[in-house]
Ligand binder design. Structure first.
Ligand code: CTP
Length: 461
């Protein structure tokens, strides 16, 4: 450092530094006013823009612009002397000390909330511009109208979850039992109870299929043929040919067809997959996962005529990590089923790959620990029950000092993550479905079909 730059840097300490933070999505006049007022409080303005991942973690699932676009928009206002990214909770305290900040400024909608920063600097709440917000602009711009088919318990959970995601509204619902449909709509604030499938598709842009699984094929096909985007509950369909047919209709119509597998889209599972793929436990040699949900014997889930049973109901969950992590080249699968009234109340499946094994247990009439263990040549990952909606897992090694616990958000019922992905795909159709690809879905369906067809199924009583 030469003398001049030392002098300049010591002068820098005397300048009055202001810092402010925000998402700055769809940048608007309210943001511009805020930045101008913040800048007027000092000589140097630092603006912290939240990363996409940080927004996802704190449950803000509705941002439209990417972090790069939001940063550029802040720079373009001309008020920011420096832009930083905000990526973790508590970062403000670090930044204020690191950058020798004199003033922390934020809009008055946060009045009082940031008083804890007074220990480190002056805290100023600036007047918020009335009548404008990112939320308002996002809502005004585009809204995908979703129609719901099937009005059972999962649909009931879907409605409030959809409110955490922007650019969508639930416009209508359909259930062949019109009385039930009307009750569902009035209880959930849905404007229209459709009397027919045509009426539903005439009143929406996208369809969420949440009916019993053996009806999925028929409903998804009708919705796709009406030119709608479709989000279909798990398990998707029962036969591979049906799945292939539906994908080809969707592709021909340029419609989005996505499977509502909530595990695939939740933050912990997403990161688990990328960590494993980058080799944290070495090469994967074995996966074991189980999902058991004790169910009343009279439930339709245990009715042979309605394609009930543990495999049909639950296998889509453990199949996800197995297919996603070990791939489509399964050499063989053996199923061992404990049967009652013609359905499997418990099934254990054992997979052979060229250089790995996997197994799962699913049950509706028997209970076991619902955890997942992924074993590798350098260590293993332990995901406690219920692993399919987890917010936490552990990396464990021979040397226990290397063990690590990883925590993630899993907000509400967790359906908001898949809804966000669905809406985002409709708005950006060029996006790749890498979180749960067509190839993975087809393979999972094929394995389910092999079971239904009785291939290598050993029935025990
Ligand atoms: N802000 C403001 N006036 C507005 C909107 C926002 O002064 N009409 C301020 C906020 O108080 C905050 C900064 O701009 O200090 C960044 O806010 P951000 O949360 O990014 O914007 P919102 O429009 O409030 O976003 P959302 O609707 O998603 O909450």
């Amino acid at each position: 450092m030469n003398k001049d730059s030392i002098k300049a840097s010591s002068e820098n300490h005397h300048r009055r530094t202001v810092i402010t933070y925000g998402t700055f999505d769809v940048l608007h006049q309210g943001h511009i006013n805020l930045l101008r007022r913040a800048k007027e409080l000092g000589d140097w303005l630092i603006v912290g823009v939240t990363t996409d991942n940080f927004d996802l973690e704190r449950g803000k699932l509705n941002t439209r612009d990417s972090v790069m676009k939001r940063i550029q928009a802040v720079k373009d206002t001309g008020y920011a002397d420096e832009v930083i990214i905000e990526e973790y909770k508590g970062q403000k305290i670090d930044d204020i000390q690191k950058y020798n900040v004199d003033v922390f400024a934020i809009g008055s909608d946060w009045e009082g909330y940031f008083d804890y920063l007074k220990e480190y600097c002056e805290v100023v709440y600036l007047p918020r511009t009335q009548g404008i917000s990112s939320t308002m602009l996002r809502e005004e711009q585009i809204s995908i109208r979703i129609g719901i088919i099937g009005t059972g318990s999962i649909a009931r959970r879907f409605v409030p979850e959809s409110k955490f995601v922007s650019c969508n509204t639930i416009s209508s619902a359909f259930n062949p039992d019109h009385g039930e449909c009307e009750a569902f709509c009035s209880a959930n604030g849905i404007p229209s109870a459709a009397r027919s499938l045509d009426e539903l598709t005439g009143n929406c842009d996208a369809v969420y299929v949440a009916s019993p699984h053996y009806t999925h094929h028929e409903y998804v096909r009708a919705a796709l043929q009406a030119g709608k985007h479709v989000l279909c509950e798990t398990p998707f369909v029962l036969r591979l040919a049906e799945a292939e047919e539906l994908y080809s209709i969707a592709e021909a119509n340029h419609s989005t067809l996505m499977i509502a597998h909530k595990t695939a889209y939740c933050p912990a599972f997403r990161h688990l997959v990328t960590m494993l793929k980058s080799g944290v436990i070495g090469k994967i040699v074995d996966i074991n996962a189980s999902v058991t949900t004790l169910t009343d014997e009279k439930s339709s889930k245990l009715d042979h005529n309605q394609y009930g049973g543990s495999m049909n109901e639950n296998a889509c969950f453990p199949l996800l990590p197995i297919i996603k992590l070990l791939g489509n080249d399964v050499r063989n699968v053996n199923f061992y089923s404990i049967m009652k009234n013609d359905v499997d109340i418990y099934t254990k499946a054992v997979f052979r790959y060229d250089s790995a094994t996997a197994s799962f247990q699913v049950g509706l009439g028997a209970k076991t620990e619902g955890n997942m263990i992924i074993s590798g040549t350098k260590g293993y990952i332990y995901v406690p029950a219920p692993w399919w909606k987890t917010d936490y897992f552990e990396l464990r090694f021979e040397d226990q000092n290397l063990n690590r616990k990883c925590f993630y958000p899993f907000m509400g019922e967790g359906l908001r993550y898949e809804i966000r992905e669905f809406i985002s795909h409709i708005l950006n159709p060029e996006q790749n479905f890498y979180l749960l690809s067509k190839g993975e879905i087809l393979k999972m369906t094929e394995i389910q079909q092999d079971y239904i067809d009785g291939k290598t199924v050993y029935k025990l009583s």
